[in-house]
Structures are given as structure tokens and as C-alpha cells.
Design a protein around this ligand. Sequence first.
Ligand SMILES: [Zn+2]
Ligand SMILES: [Zn+2]
Length: 810
Amino acid sequence: MADRYNPQEIEKKWQQKWAGDKLYEVNDNDPRPKYYALTMFPYTSGDLHIGHWYNNVPIDAYARYMRMRGYNVLHPMGFDAFGLPAENAAIRRGIHPFTWTMQNIENMRRQLKSIGAVYDWSREVITCLPDYYLWTQWFFLKLYEAGLAYRAKAPVNWCPNCQTVLANEQVVGEDVCERCGTAVVRRDLEQWFFRITKYADELMEFEGVDWPERIKIMQRNWIGRSQGTEISFGLDHPGVDEKEIRVFTTRPDTTYGVTFMVLAPEHPLVMKLTTHDKKAEVENYITSSRRQSEIERLSTEKEKDGVFTGAYCINRLNGKKVPIWIADYVLLSYGTGAVMAVPAHDERDFAFANKYNLPVPVVIAPLDWDGGEIEAAYTGPGTMVNSGQFSGNQDGINAVSEYLEEKGWGRRTVSYKIRDWLISRQRYWGAPIPMVFCDKCGIVPIPEKDLPVLLPEDAEFKPTGESPLKYNEKFVNTTCPKCGSPAKRETDTMDTFACSSWYYLRYCSPRNDAAAFDDKEVKMWCPVDFYTGGAEHAVMHLLYVRFFTKAIHDMGLVDFSEPFKKLFNQGTIIFGKHKMSKSRGNVVNPDYYVAELGADTVRTYLMFIGPWDQGGEWDDSGISGMSRWMNRIWKLALDGYRSAGAQGDDELARMTHQTIKKVTEDIERVHFNTMVAALMEFTNYLHKVKEARTVDKEAWESAIKTLLLLLAPTVPHLAEELWKQKGYEYSVHNQAWPEWDKALVAHDEFTLVIQVNGKLRDKVTVPVSIAEDEAKKIAAEQEKVKPYLEGRGVVKVIYVPGKLVNIVVK
Ligand SMILES: [Zn+2]
Ligand SMILES: [Zn+2]
């Protein structure tokens, strides 16, 4: 009898041995084909919970599988360490964000090591350390040189609680701060932006990458590209310089139906145009709309209201005067901040016109239109009517656009919803933006050789609404790199998403202190072959990192323009019917289960809990069952086997090869739950064989050896221990993945259909290898078939291999 399975002992032992032997150290000069498997690095918020394990474990098993398949696999790990959550947590605890973050990293690193993953820790990256953020600053300078980083005054999302600006992507739900849930307000501030809009079209395309359709759709919707026409409406207002209002529309064919114009309340023309008698009403309306969030303003439930400014513009197509209104459902930040209203052909305009008794002329004929008034807006296509020279036209969008272009009254264009990426943060815990302000030279970038601009340790980091670095004299006061005069440093720090937009490159040459990345290494490893992480990053991290990659591709720094060839989003582990959250107190701490049952059990349970892209419900009895299976494997492999014959050898070989095939195909499709099920089925079968003793010793040992190889990616410690105890050469993780014998996995039986004169008379199960003569003989001998053959002459017998025998009789 072998020793009992003791995961605590063997896991620690093998983790130390692997580390000591540098078993998982990745060599850049390896002749094997490369494979780069990456999982989103964790944010340094404290403990890893079981959700992190669910992110990390299956992809580790996949990376291990690829190693055994003969690939040189890079599967690195690091920490996303700057940003608001760490800073807020540190402030709450009254400790320095650096101290707090590094403590967390130490703890999380210990936890990550307990997973028993193939991480090569010599490649670890930590984004808040100067040897990393030096290069984040370098990327900023590159973007600046390329005209992709710029400073501008803009209305920004401001979180009054976090006391900082948020990117549009960080404003969620009912217009609240993604971090703390506080309602976001607007402010005008000088900010740094990355010009992601320059790549709007390219970001719509996903050529050559295998990404989930829903993530592509989310990104495309976020970019919000629409093709249309910009139309100029004439303006002739005493004392106003502007001579036009431009609007964007996807339906220029409805222009004859415009009966009013709507401006966003904050549109700069509003106060200039508003007539004296309307001033009070307009001002009141503007004040009340300022109090509402964008989400409230755009809500479909909210009744659309507005006020007339007293002013008019001119519809150049028909020369008509169009009253100018303001309404809060038009946003200054989208399009031109002005909308031409066509109530007959737009639902929102229709409701608005009804409310204020504005005319609703039909200019596109609905199919069954009787020429009268319509009950609801008709938004479909159709023939233009009441449209002057265009009446009768069925291709109105093109015809009107062409005419407007000819006249110089408009142009076909494309509009996008996406805005430039606002990256300034008025907070301490981030990479300083490497810029100075000089009275003589203006904005001057820090020369590359002077990087990093170090984040001073002694700054007062509590949020005040202004950057804490502003009050750090030593930091602020500097000299202009251009003219040498006294100058002031930029005191905003960068959005932490800038740090994570290039980390996948850093892993290729993490200790390079002469460059952000080494060309040769990046050429070898990138792009990432397989990237996994949460779908919640769809329009932030996953969009930003694509933008960075496209930008540096255009700078000639890398030769690929998509960072991740294949993307996979794991599902969620729930507990007690709820998504785990610290505030709900239903967080599963993996440390406890690792200490009780071992990491291999936790790994297997997570892989078995449900399809990886869906997740599942954590259940203590489920994980206990998994622990019992580990013990069964242990005994199966180590308890002595006594053979009593070899009649079962062929069947054992077939079962083994069918399992290899199933496990391999399931891993390839990242169906880990069915892979574990197949391994369980196989061990159940082996138990029966062991009791029946129907295979010879050699066949038995060969099956166990295969089982251990198949288990290695899932339970790396247990497989290694059993491999050693069986006397095989260290390490199981350096072995080749087993291959299956095609002949052995073919379905060995099939159903033979027996017909007489084309009519079904019977079905029998026969071996795949059956010969034609044999099949015909069996068919004729069946009891159900015989009566139809008696006394009749057989004309011929048709045989379709693998399917049927048809006996034709007179
Ligand atoms: Zn907040
Ligand atoms: Zn200067």
C-alpha cells in the first residue's frame, strides 16, 4: 500500500523543485515554435479571490498542454499596480500607496505561486516601478511626436468623490463613476488626450484575429460609426458672425421635411441667438439641464422637452425659415451639437412636434400612404414626396447628397460616437506625464534621455481636486529642456490603462533597460497567440491596447497591428446564487481550499465547474468530490496491480486512445469541463479493469503512464509525484503529449440496415471491419428477414458499406 495522498506536502515540494531547477524559465533562443499565452494581469487590490483563479488556471493548463505539444511557451505574470483603487485603499488605511501596493504584490505573488502555474517569475513586470513606467512615459512621448497625444480644454467627466477626471469608458450605468458609484458631473478642464479617434475605422476591423463576436460588436457599437451627410443651414442673425449651423444626418433625403432645428443647451450659439423675450426661459432651461446626467438626458422614458430661442435658420433646399429650439436630448459632445428635426420620419422628433404643435409634413411616402396625415413617424425608405425637384426620387439619399455637394451646402461624411481617450488624472498614484510648461517655449516634452520623470515619494497624496503633485515644489519646479529657463512640470498623472496598453510587449524583454522592448524578442514572441480575461474590459483595456498597437505599428516599431490573435473571455464563478463581491461577503478565498484540499483539487474543480466561457456555481460538496477523485487517482496509480490474463488488452488500448483523442480535442476547443469528465470516465474504467485483472501488467502500466501525461496540465503536482513514484524520468512536464492511434479510435461498430426490395425489415449491430460477404450472410440469416425471402428467387444483393444490405427478390 502506497503512502496516502498528501497534497500539502507534495505541492510545496514540487513547487520548490521546479523553481530551483528553473523548469519553467523561458528561453528566447529555443528552436521550437513559439507560443505566447497571456492572461490579463491582476490589479493589485489585495487578495486574489477565486475569480482570479478562474481566470488563471484553465489558461495555465492550456499553456502546459502547448509545452507538451512541443512549443516554446511564454506564459508570464505581473501586476497592474498604479491607479485609483490602490490609492483609495491606501488613503483609507492611512498608508502610502507604494507601501500598500507592494505589500499586496507580495501577498498576491505568494498566492499565484500556490496555483502551481508555469509562470516564469524572472519575467515579472510591475507597472508602478520606475523601470516600467519609464517606458510608459516613453510611449507617451512617441504618441506626442506622432500627434497622437495632445492637450485641450474639454468638458470632462468628473467624479466628486474620487476627485478626478474619468474617461468616458469609466462612466458606467446611470452615469456614475465606475470605481465608487458616485454620480458624475461635467467640468471644463485642460486635459491630455490620446487621439484614438484617428484609428476609429481601423478599430472597427478585426482582420486576421479570432475574437468573440460579442466583444467585436461591443467595440463597434462603442466606436459608433455611421455614414451620412453634413448639411449647412443658413444663418443670418444680426450681430452674430456665424453664417451657418451644420448638422449631421444619415437621412438627407428627408431634408424637405425639416420643421425645426434643435441645438444642445450648451451649444455656443444659443446665447447669441436667443431673442430678448425668450432669454429668461432659455436660461432656466439650460440651468435645469446642467443638473441632469447624459444618461438621464438620453433616456427613452423621459419625455422630450425644450424651448424655442426665438431665432430661425434657413433650409437652403426650399428656402424655408426653420425655428431654432434647444432641447437636452441633443448633446454637444456628439456630432455637431445640432440636429435637424424631421418629425414625420423620426420618432423622437415626432413626439416633440406633437407636444409643441409643430408641423409634420410627410416627405417620404410610406408604402400604403393615402396622402394624408400619419399616425406615427415613418422611418423606413421610400419615394420622396413634397420635396420640390426631388419628388418621385427613390434614391433620395444619394441624389440629395450630390446636389448639396454641388451647391457647396453639404458633404458626405462619416460620424463616430467614440471620443478621444482622456488620460489626465489629477491624482498621485500614476505615471507622471513627461511634459513641462515653459513661459517662452510653451509645452515642451522631456527628452528621452531624462526619463523617467520620477514620482516623488514624499508627495501629499490625498485628493483635493487638483493634482497632489502641484504642491510638491521639488517636483514642480524644473528647467525647460529647450531653453533652460525655469519651467513647471505637468502635475497630472496618466490613466493606469496607459500602463496596461503595452505590458504584453514588456514581457518579451522585461529586464531591458535600454528600450521598452527588444525588437528581436518582440518579433519572435508577438503578437500574443492566446489572450484571456474578463469581458468587462471590452471597451476599455481591449480597445486601448489595440489602439496602442496600431499606433506603434504605424510608427514602424512593430510589424503587426493587432496585439492578440485569439481572445477568450471566461465566465463568472458565483457563490450562494450571487456574483462574488467583498461588500456582499460571499467571496471564496482560494487560500483556505489550497490549505485544506490542495491546489490540484481547486484547479480541477474550477475547470470542471462549467463551460469556461460561462462559469458556474461554487459548491463545497462539489470540491469535496474532486478531492476524492484525486485520492482515487493516487491509489489507482500506486496500489499494486496483479494481472490474471490479457484478454482485455485490446479493449484497454482502445479506451486509452479514445481518451487521448477526447482530452486533446477538448483542450484544443478550451472545453475543460468535458475534458475533466473524460478523464474521470477513464479512471472509472481503469478501476473496473483493476478489479477484473483482465489486462497484462505491461498494458496496465502503459495505460497509467498515459493517464498521468493526460493529467499533467490539470494537476501538475499530483502528476509529477506519481510520475516520479512510477520511476519515470523527471519531469512529467517535459514529456511529449501522447498521440492517439486513428485505427483504435474509429467507432468499432455500426448499425446495419437490412432491406428486402427496398423496405426496412431489420437492423443489426455489426463490427466496422465486417466484410461484404459476411454482411450479406448475416442479413439473410435474420429471423425477421427470413419470411420475406422464403420461396422467392434472389435477383441481387446490394451492399452499401457501413450502412445497409438490400436484398432484391422476385
Ligand atoms: Zn469615483
Ligand atoms: Zn523654454
